[in-house]
Design a protein around this ligand. Structure first.
Ligand code: SF4
Ligand code: SF4
Length: 409
């Protein structure tokens, strides 16, 4: 694609990167076929090719308007288009640059600005969102149906076996911020499964937000505070413990953690200082090894339930681990049902479900229809956001896959 980007609209590094990405796009449109918002809204401007074109246009100096911002806001950043693209276009990085530029133009109406500020100041802080979620859960009985559906249910924690197996290294298990409040059981289950595979687990109970909430709301400076704070803390723990892996159980947070390397590129000193630490970041599915687990626990007996497998976009298109996890779970003996259009987003997408509720609900209901086609006993997923989003509209149990495995240890 030919480009004539203006050099001073955003930083020189961002313009250069946007230019590189845009030049890779050959406008073939293959990506539109797998884009959930294009499928739903049927508008080229709400598909990846249209959003790429709009980003190019504004970075070439054409007037930025609210309409363009709306089309870019409607993108879930699910990266399904990246998986489909034959030219390897880094769509998500490009759209972030476009969104960042639009944010600087101050086009949003004030209620949206307030909402975004609120989300950025509450969600990353466990003390604040725990207070909010707990208060809301006490008031559930008095709420109208639409508000009740938006209020997440805080799940309890189970007790799992505490194995001690031949030592395979130490892992730093990140507890997450929203997950620690809403689904603490996921962390308890993860610790039990990791120990059953021979890992010594260090729980990072003081972990701060990964920065995803603020980064995706274009509050980059705040996101950088989280990122640097986390890296300093992990560096300290790593020098004390020789950590083999830094493990996230939420695929959405995990992909943000893996993106630290990209985000730190314009900061060469930090990028170099934390380079080796960044290579240790893993989604928990990368550590699941069916052979080791079956070998360590000879009597492991997988649940006979019918299980529908919902691989989040961050696991499928971000980490590219959806098939790996599926294969490991099948090797453990689970019978998994794959839904139609498994590549499509469930509409959770971080704060998207709060900022674009109509599209989010449509995608959720479509996803639940396909997942429940096989009349499963439960749905498993790999991200706290998807878990609670799907849970809000079904009576079928929705849990993180690690809880399924831990329950069978
Ligand atoms: S992003 Fe990729 S798939 Fe989409 S139009 Fe460009 S080259 Fe084609
Ligand atoms: S990231 Fe997802 S929603 Fe956004 S353009 Fe790509 S496929 Fe569509």
């Amino acid at each position: 694609m030919q480009t004539r980007l203006l050099p001073n609209l955003v930083s020189a590094a961002k313009i250069q990167r946007a230019d590189e990405i845009l030049r890779k796009c050959v406008h073939c449109g293959f990506c539109t076929a797998t884009c959930p918002t294009y499928q739903l809204l049927g508008d080229e401007l709400d598909g990846p090719r249209g959003r790429i074109y709009q980003t190019k246009r504004i970075l070439e100096g054409e007037p930025a308007d609210r309409e363009t911002q709306l089309h870019l806001d409607r993108c879930l950043t699910c990266r399904s288009c990246e998986t489909t693209c034959p030219s390897g276009v880094d769509y998500a990085e490009l759209i972030d640059i476009g969104r960042h530029y639009l944010e600087q133009q101050d086009l949003r109406p004030w209620p949206e600005k307030v909402m975004r500020q609120l989300l950025g100041s509450v969600l990353p802080y466990p003390g604040r969102h725990a207070l909010l979620f707990r208060s809301a859960s006490y008031l559930r009985g008095f709420m109208p149906a639409f508000l009740k559906a938006k209020t997440p249910v805080i799940r309890s924690t189970n007790t799992y076996p505490d194995y001690s197996m031949p030592h395979r290294g130490k892992v730093l298990l990140l507890e997450g911020c929203v997950q620690k409040t809403l689904s603490p059981n996921t962390n308890a289950a993860a610790e039990s499964v990791l120990k059953a595979m021979g890992y010594q687990v260090i729980r990072e109970t003081k972990q701060r937000c990964c920065g995803a909430v603020n980064e995706h709301l274009n509050q980059h400076d705040k996101a950088m505070d989280w990122i640097i704070g986390n890296l300093q803390q992990w560096q300290r723990l790593n020098s004390e413990n020789e950590i083999a892996a830094i493990v996230s159980t939420a695929s959405g947070c995990g992909i943000m953690l893996k993106d630290y390397a990209k985000i730190l590129k314009p900061h060469p000193a930090e990028a170099e200082a934390y380079q080796s630490l960044l290579t240790k970041i893993k989604d928990i599915s990368e550590l699941l090894d069916a052979e080791v687990l079956l070998n360590n626990l000879k009597r492991f007996s997988p649940s006979p339930s019918r299980i529908a497998y919902h691989a989040p976009c961050t696991l499928t298109h971000g980490h590219q681990l959806a098939d790996h996890l599926y294969n490991q779970l099948v090797a453990l003996g689970y019978q998994l049902e794959l839904p139609r259009d498994a590549h499509l987003c469930c509409g959770s997408a971080g704060t998207y479900s709060l900022l674009q509720p109509q599209i989010s609900v449509q995608l959720r209901d479509d996803k639940l229809r396909t997942l429940e086609d096989s009349a499963p006993d439960m749905i498993i997923t790999a991200n706290v956001g998807c878990e609670h989003h799907l849970n809000s509209a079904t009576s079928t149990k929705v849990i993180h896959w690690i809880e399924l495995v831990a329950g069978d240890l």
